[in-house]
Design a protein around this ligand. Structure first.
Ligand code: SF4
Length: 357
Protein backbone atom coordinates (compact mmCIF):
# COMPACT_ATOMS: atom_id res chain seq x y z
CA UNK A 1 0.00 0.00 0.00
CA UNK A 2 1.33 3.43 -0.98
CA UNK A 3 1.56 5.39 2.28
CA UNK A 4 2.57 8.62 0.56
CA UNK A 5 -0.52 8.57 -1.64
CA UNK A 6 -2.83 7.72 1.28
CA UNK A 7 -1.34 10.54 3.36
CA UNK A 8 -1.74 12.98 0.45
CA UNK A 9 -5.39 11.98 -0.06
CA UNK A 10 -6.10 12.32 3.67
CA UNK A 11 -4.40 15.70 3.80
CA UNK A 12 -6.36 17.10 0.84
CA UNK A 13 -9.65 15.78 2.18
CA UNK A 14 -8.98 17.18 5.65
CA UNK A 15 -8.18 20.63 4.24
CA UNK A 16 -11.68 20.79 2.75
CA UNK A 17 -13.73 18.74 5.24
CA UNK A 18 -12.23 19.04 8.74
CA UNK A 19 -14.77 19.32 11.54
CA UNK A 20 -14.62 22.75 13.14
CA UNK A 21 -13.66 21.94 16.73
CA UNK A 22 -12.54 24.66 19.16
CA UNK A 23 -9.17 23.14 20.09
CA UNK A 24 -8.31 22.80 16.40
CA UNK A 25 -8.42 26.55 15.86
CA UNK A 26 -5.20 27.32 17.75
CA UNK A 27 -3.67 23.91 18.63
CA UNK A 28 -2.89 25.35 22.05
CA UNK A 29 -1.39 22.41 24.02
CA UNK A 30 -3.60 23.10 27.07
CA UNK A 31 -6.72 23.14 24.91
CA UNK A 32 -5.71 19.89 23.19
CA UNK A 33 -4.88 18.22 26.54
CA UNK A 34 -8.24 19.29 27.98
CA UNK A 35 -10.13 18.05 24.92
CA UNK A 36 -8.36 14.69 24.91
CA UNK A 37 -9.21 14.05 28.57
CA UNK A 38 -12.84 15.00 28.01
CA UNK A 39 -13.20 12.90 24.85
CA UNK A 40 -11.78 9.72 26.36
CA UNK A 41 -15.33 8.47 27.10
CA UNK A 42 -17.59 11.20 25.76
CA UNK A 43 -19.40 11.92 22.54
CA UNK A 44 -18.19 14.90 20.53
CA UNK A 45 -21.25 17.11 20.95
CA UNK A 46 -21.23 16.73 24.74
CA UNK A 47 -17.44 17.03 24.79
CA UNK A 48 -17.47 20.41 23.02
CA UNK A 49 -20.00 21.77 25.51
CA UNK A 50 -17.91 20.68 28.50
CA UNK A 51 -14.72 21.91 26.82
CA UNK A 52 -16.13 25.46 26.73
CA UNK A 53 -17.40 25.21 30.28
CA UNK A 54 -14.13 23.87 31.73
CA UNK A 55 -12.15 26.48 29.84
CA UNK A 56 -14.42 29.20 31.19
CA UNK A 57 -13.77 28.01 34.76
CA UNK A 58 -10.07 27.22 34.29
CA UNK A 59 -8.77 29.42 31.44
CA UNK A 60 -5.14 28.28 31.79
CA UNK A 61 -3.27 25.18 32.88
CA UNK A 62 -2.10 27.10 35.96
CA UNK A 63 -5.70 27.97 36.86
CA UNK A 64 -6.60 24.29 36.67
CA UNK A 65 -3.55 23.23 38.69
CA UNK A 66 -4.34 25.84 41.35
CA UNK A 67 -8.01 24.90 41.70
CA UNK A 68 -9.17 22.64 44.50
CA UNK A 69 -10.33 19.18 43.54
CA UNK A 70 -13.89 19.82 44.63
CA UNK A 71 -14.23 22.65 42.08
CA UNK A 72 -12.75 20.50 39.31
CA UNK A 73 -15.16 17.65 40.09
CA UNK A 74 -18.07 20.13 40.24
CA UNK A 75 -17.17 21.45 36.77
CA UNK A 76 -16.95 17.86 35.53
CA UNK A 77 -20.36 16.95 36.97
CA UNK A 78 -22.53 15.09 34.48
CA UNK A 79 -19.64 13.85 32.32
CA UNK A 80 -19.16 10.62 34.29
CA UNK A 81 -15.94 8.64 34.80
CA UNK A 82 -14.76 11.05 37.48
CA UNK A 83 -11.36 9.40 37.63
CA UNK A 84 -10.63 11.33 34.41
CA UNK A 85 -11.24 14.63 36.20
CA UNK A 86 -8.92 13.62 39.03
CA UNK A 87 -6.25 12.52 36.56
CA UNK A 88 -6.60 15.73 34.56
CA UNK A 89 -6.18 17.76 37.73
CA UNK A 90 -3.19 15.67 38.88
CA UNK A 91 -1.60 16.00 35.44
CA UNK A 92 -2.00 19.80 35.48
CA UNK A 93 -0.41 19.94 38.94
CA UNK A 94 2.55 17.73 37.89
CA UNK A 95 3.19 19.84 34.80
CA UNK A 96 3.16 23.07 36.78
CA UNK A 97 5.16 21.70 39.71
CA UNK A 98 7.74 19.58 37.89
CA UNK A 99 7.86 20.82 34.28
CA UNK A 100 7.63 24.57 34.71
CA UNK A 101 4.10 24.66 33.33
CA UNK A 102 5.10 23.39 29.87
CA UNK A 103 3.15 20.45 28.48
CA UNK A 104 5.65 17.95 27.05
CA UNK A 105 5.66 17.35 23.30
CA UNK A 106 7.28 13.94 23.60
CA UNK A 107 5.11 10.80 23.73
CA UNK A 108 7.22 9.06 26.41
CA UNK A 109 7.13 12.12 28.68
CA UNK A 110 3.37 12.49 28.16
CA UNK A 111 2.79 8.85 29.09
CA UNK A 112 4.45 9.48 32.45
CA UNK A 113 1.55 11.75 33.43
CA UNK A 114 -1.58 10.52 35.25
CA UNK A 115 -4.37 9.31 32.99
CA UNK A 116 -2.37 9.56 29.75
CA UNK A 117 -1.98 6.33 27.81
CA UNK A 118 -0.50 5.70 24.35
CA UNK A 119 -3.56 6.97 22.45
CA UNK A 120 -3.90 10.23 24.38
CA UNK A 121 -0.13 10.82 24.32
CA UNK A 122 -0.06 10.32 20.54
CA UNK A 123 -3.05 12.61 20.04
CA UNK A 124 -1.53 15.42 22.15
CA UNK A 125 1.94 15.09 20.58
CA UNK A 126 0.58 15.11 17.04
CA UNK A 127 -2.29 17.61 17.31
CA UNK A 128 -0.66 20.16 19.62
CA UNK A 129 2.95 19.85 18.42
CA UNK A 130 2.70 18.16 14.99
CA UNK A 131 5.14 15.49 16.21
CA UNK A 132 5.21 12.20 14.23
CA UNK A 133 3.17 10.12 16.69
CA UNK A 134 0.32 7.73 15.97
CA UNK A 135 -2.95 7.85 17.93
CA UNK A 136 -4.75 4.63 17.14
CA UNK A 137 -8.23 4.38 18.61
CA UNK A 138 -11.02 2.06 17.45
CA UNK A 139 -12.05 4.39 14.62
CA UNK A 140 -8.59 4.77 13.18
CA UNK A 141 -7.83 1.05 13.47
CA UNK A 142 -11.04 0.29 11.59
CA UNK A 143 -10.24 2.72 8.75
CA UNK A 144 -6.66 1.54 8.32
CA UNK A 145 -7.60 -2.15 8.57
CA UNK A 146 -10.06 -1.68 5.75
CA UNK A 147 -7.62 0.32 3.65
CA UNK A 148 -5.11 -2.52 4.03
CA UNK A 149 -7.78 -5.17 3.32
CA UNK A 150 -7.46 -6.77 6.77
CA UNK A 151 -11.17 -6.83 7.59
CA UNK A 152 -11.66 -6.62 11.33
CA UNK A 153 -8.18 -6.98 12.79
CA UNK A 154 -8.47 -9.49 15.59
CA UNK A 155 -4.95 -10.83 15.72
CA UNK A 156 -1.57 -9.42 16.66
CA UNK A 157 -0.20 -9.61 13.15
CA UNK A 158 -3.06 -7.46 11.80
CA UNK A 159 -2.52 -4.99 14.62
CA UNK A 160 1.20 -4.77 13.80
CA UNK A 161 0.45 -4.10 10.11
CA UNK A 162 -1.98 -1.33 11.03
CA UNK A 163 0.52 0.28 13.40
CA UNK A 164 3.37 0.06 10.88
CA UNK A 165 1.21 1.67 8.20
CA UNK A 166 0.08 4.44 10.59
CA UNK A 167 3.74 5.14 11.40
CA UNK A 168 4.53 5.50 7.71
CA UNK A 169 1.62 7.90 7.28
CA UNK A 170 2.70 10.26 10.07
CA UNK A 171 6.29 10.14 8.80
CA UNK A 172 5.13 11.15 5.31
CA UNK A 173 2.82 14.11 5.93
CA UNK A 174 1.77 16.42 8.76
CA UNK A 175 0.98 14.10 11.71
CA UNK A 176 -1.46 16.72 13.00
CA UNK A 177 -3.52 16.63 9.81
CA UNK A 178 -3.18 12.91 9.06
CA UNK A 179 -4.30 11.81 12.53
CA UNK A 180 -7.20 14.23 12.64
CA UNK A 181 -8.25 13.25 9.11
CA UNK A 182 -8.34 9.60 10.20
CA UNK A 183 -10.36 10.54 13.29
CA UNK A 184 -12.89 12.45 11.17
CA UNK A 185 -13.02 9.79 8.47
CA UNK A 186 -13.73 7.06 11.04
CA UNK A 187 -16.48 9.15 12.66
CA UNK A 188 -18.24 10.40 9.56
CA UNK A 189 -17.43 8.26 6.49
CA UNK A 190 -15.90 4.88 7.27
CA UNK A 191 -18.67 3.90 9.68
CA UNK A 192 -18.67 0.49 11.37
CA UNK A 193 -21.63 -1.13 9.62
CA UNK A 194 -22.22 1.08 6.61
CA UNK A 195 -19.10 2.76 5.28
CA UNK A 196 -19.88 5.55 2.80
CA UNK A 197 -17.24 4.54 0.29
CA UNK A 198 -18.58 6.81 -2.45
CA UNK A 199 -17.80 9.84 -0.32
CA UNK A 200 -14.42 8.51 0.82
CA UNK A 201 -11.15 10.14 -0.29
CA UNK A 202 -9.39 6.77 -0.03
CA UNK A 203 -11.83 4.79 -2.18
CA UNK A 204 -9.48 4.58 -5.17
CA UNK A 205 -6.76 2.81 -3.20
CA UNK A 206 -8.70 1.15 -0.37
CA UNK A 207 -8.70 -2.66 -0.57
CA UNK A 208 -12.15 -2.88 1.02
CA UNK A 209 -13.98 -0.15 -0.95
CA UNK A 210 -17.57 -1.13 -1.70
CA UNK A 211 -17.50 -4.16 0.55
CA UNK A 212 -20.61 -4.89 2.66
CA UNK A 213 -20.00 -5.46 6.37
CA UNK A 214 -22.33 -7.66 8.43
CA UNK A 215 -23.84 -5.79 11.38
CA UNK A 216 -21.89 -6.15 14.59
CA UNK A 217 -23.27 -8.34 17.32
CA UNK A 218 -25.13 -6.31 19.89
CA UNK A 219 -23.73 -6.39 23.39
CA UNK A 220 -25.93 -7.84 26.10
CA UNK A 221 -27.53 -5.53 28.68
CA UNK A 222 -25.29 -4.08 31.34
CA UNK A 223 -25.47 -5.89 34.71
CA UNK A 224 -28.12 -4.44 37.01
CA UNK A 225 -28.04 -3.41 40.68
CA UNK A 226 -30.88 -2.39 42.96
CA UNK A 227 -30.52 0.58 45.30
CA UNK A 228 -32.81 2.68 47.42
CA UNK A 229 -32.55 6.45 47.82
CA UNK A 230 -34.04 8.04 50.91
CA UNK A 231 -35.42 11.44 49.96
CA UNK A 232 -36.02 14.32 52.36
CA UNK A 233 -37.31 17.53 50.74
CA UNK A 234 -37.91 20.88 52.43
CA UNK A 235 -38.59 24.34 50.99
CA UNK A 236 -37.34 23.50 47.48
CA UNK A 237 -34.21 21.78 48.78
CA UNK A 238 -33.22 18.14 49.14
CA UNK A 239 -31.02 16.51 51.77
CA UNK A 240 -27.72 15.35 50.21
CA UNK A 241 -24.78 13.55 51.75
CA UNK A 242 -21.16 14.46 50.94
CA UNK A 243 -18.78 12.31 48.83
CA UNK A 244 -17.83 9.08 50.58
CA UNK A 245 -14.65 8.57 48.56
CA UNK A 246 -15.41 5.01 47.49
CA UNK A 247 -17.74 3.20 45.12
CA UNK A 248 -19.00 4.14 41.66
CA UNK A 249 -20.30 7.59 42.71
CA UNK A 250 -18.04 7.97 45.72
CA UNK A 251 -16.74 11.40 44.61
CA UNK A 252 -20.18 12.95 44.40
CA UNK A 253 -23.01 14.44 46.42
CA UNK A 254 -26.09 12.21 46.50
CA UNK A 255 -29.21 11.67 48.58
CA UNK A 256 -28.61 8.94 51.20
CA UNK A 257 -28.43 5.61 49.32
CA UNK A 258 -28.30 1.98 50.41
CA UNK A 259 -28.69 -1.42 48.75
CA UNK A 260 -32.42 -2.13 48.21
CA UNK A 261 -34.34 -4.40 50.58
CA UNK A 262 -37.20 -6.70 49.59
CA UNK A 263 -39.64 -4.49 51.54
CA UNK A 264 -38.68 -1.29 49.62
CA UNK A 265 -41.11 0.16 47.07
CA UNK A 266 -40.58 -0.63 43.40
CA UNK A 267 -41.26 2.96 42.21
CA UNK A 268 -38.12 4.79 41.26
CA UNK A 269 -35.58 5.65 38.63
CA UNK A 270 -33.72 3.41 36.28
CA UNK A 271 -30.29 4.88 35.56
CA UNK A 272 -27.99 3.38 32.94
CA UNK A 273 -24.27 3.97 33.15
CA UNK A 274 -22.14 2.82 30.24
CA UNK A 275 -21.27 -0.43 32.01
CA UNK A 276 -23.94 -0.77 34.71
CA UNK A 277 -27.67 -0.42 35.18
CA UNK A 278 -29.12 0.78 38.47
CA UNK A 279 -32.71 0.62 39.57
CA UNK A 280 -33.02 3.17 42.36
CA UNK A 281 -36.17 2.87 44.43
CA UNK A 282 -37.30 6.20 45.87
CA UNK A 283 -38.42 6.35 49.46
CA UNK A 284 -39.91 9.65 50.64
CA UNK A 285 -38.87 10.50 54.18
CA UNK A 286 -40.31 12.99 56.64
CA UNK A 287 -38.88 14.51 59.77
CA UNK A 288 -35.24 15.41 60.27
CA UNK A 289 -32.45 13.47 58.61
CA UNK A 290 -29.49 12.40 60.71
CA UNK A 291 -25.81 12.04 59.85
CA UNK A 292 -23.59 14.25 57.70
CA UNK A 293 -25.30 16.19 54.95
CA UNK A 294 -26.83 19.48 53.88
CA UNK A 295 -29.98 20.90 52.34
CA UNK A 296 -29.27 21.67 48.69
CA UNK A 297 -31.37 23.46 46.06
CA UNK A 298 -31.10 22.71 42.34
CA UNK A 299 -29.32 26.06 41.96
CA UNK A 300 -26.76 25.28 44.67
CA UNK A 301 -26.16 21.81 43.22
CA UNK A 302 -24.21 23.42 40.36
CA UNK A 303 -21.40 24.26 42.76
CA UNK A 304 -21.06 20.69 44.05
CA UNK A 305 -19.67 17.57 42.36
CA UNK A 306 -22.74 15.56 41.42
CA UNK A 307 -24.05 13.01 38.97
CA UNK A 308 -26.97 13.17 36.55
CA UNK A 309 -28.51 10.66 38.95
CA UNK A 310 -28.34 13.24 41.77
CA UNK A 311 -30.27 15.75 39.65
CA UNK A 312 -32.93 13.19 38.78
CA UNK A 313 -33.42 12.06 42.33
CA UNK A 314 -33.68 15.69 43.44
CA UNK A 315 -36.23 16.39 40.71
CA UNK A 316 -38.17 13.38 41.90
CA UNK A 317 -37.99 14.49 45.53
CA UNK A 318 -39.15 18.01 44.59
CA UNK A 319 -42.15 16.56 42.84
CA UNK A 320 -41.40 17.02 39.14
CA UNK A 321 -39.46 15.67 36.19
CA UNK A 322 -36.01 17.18 35.47
CA UNK A 323 -36.06 20.63 33.84
CA UNK A 324 -36.60 20.45 30.08
CA UNK A 325 -38.41 17.15 30.33
CA UNK A 326 -42.06 16.19 30.29
CA UNK A 327 -43.35 13.02 31.85
CA UNK A 328 -44.87 10.49 29.47
CA UNK A 329 -47.50 8.55 31.32
CA UNK A 330 -48.92 5.18 30.37
CA UNK A 331 -51.24 3.11 32.59
CA UNK A 332 -48.26 1.07 33.73
CA UNK A 333 -45.27 3.32 33.63
CA UNK A 334 -43.94 6.82 33.00
CA UNK A 335 -40.97 7.50 30.78
CA UNK A 336 -38.94 10.74 30.79
CA UNK A 337 -38.94 12.33 27.35
CA UNK A 338 -37.29 15.55 26.31
CA UNK A 339 -40.01 18.10 25.73
CA UNK A 340 -40.86 18.50 22.05
CA UNK A 341 -39.23 15.27 20.87
CA UNK A 342 -40.42 11.74 20.53
CA UNK A 343 -37.19 10.32 21.78
CA UNK A 344 -36.80 8.92 25.26
CA UNK A 345 -33.80 10.54 26.84
CA UNK A 346 -32.50 11.05 30.31
CA UNK A 347 -29.27 12.81 30.79
CA UNK A 348 -26.92 15.38 29.33
CA UNK A 349 -24.52 12.44 29.03
CA UNK A 350 -25.01 10.40 25.87
CA UNK A 351 -24.47 7.29 27.95
CA UNK A 352 -27.23 7.73 30.49
CA UNK A 353 -30.90 6.95 30.11
CA UNK A 354 -33.53 7.31 32.76
CA UNK A 355 -36.97 5.84 33.03
CA UNK A 356 -39.50 6.62 35.68
CA UNK A 357 -41.93 3.94 36.68
S1 SF4 B 1 -13.26 3.23 0.84
FE1 SF4 B 1 -14.90 2.56 2.19
S2 SF4 B 1 -14.03 0.91 3.44
FE2 SF4 B 1 -12.33 2.03 2.47
S3 SF4 B 1 -11.71 3.53 4.00
FE3 SF4 B 1 -13.16 4.52 2.64
S4 SF4 B 1 -15.17 4.28 3.62
FE4 SF4 B 1 -13.74 2.83 4.58
Amino acid sequence: MDAARTARDLDAWFAANARDLPWRRDHDPYHVLLAEFILQQTRMETGVRYFHELLRRFPTLRDLAGANERDVLAAWSGLGYYRRARNLHATARRIVRELGGRIPSDVDALEELPGIGPYTAGAIASIAFDRPATSLDGNQIRVLSRVLGLGRPSNKQGGRQVRAFAERLVATASPRRVNQALMDLGSTICLPDRPRCRACPLAASCRSAGRAWPPRRKEGPAPGERWTAELWARGGRVWLTPPRGKGLLGDLWLPPMRPARASDPSDGIRHVFSHKRWHVATLRRHGTPTGKGRWVSMEALRGLPHSALTRRLMAWALGGAPAGHAVWVTPRRATVRRAGTGTATGSRSARSKTRLR
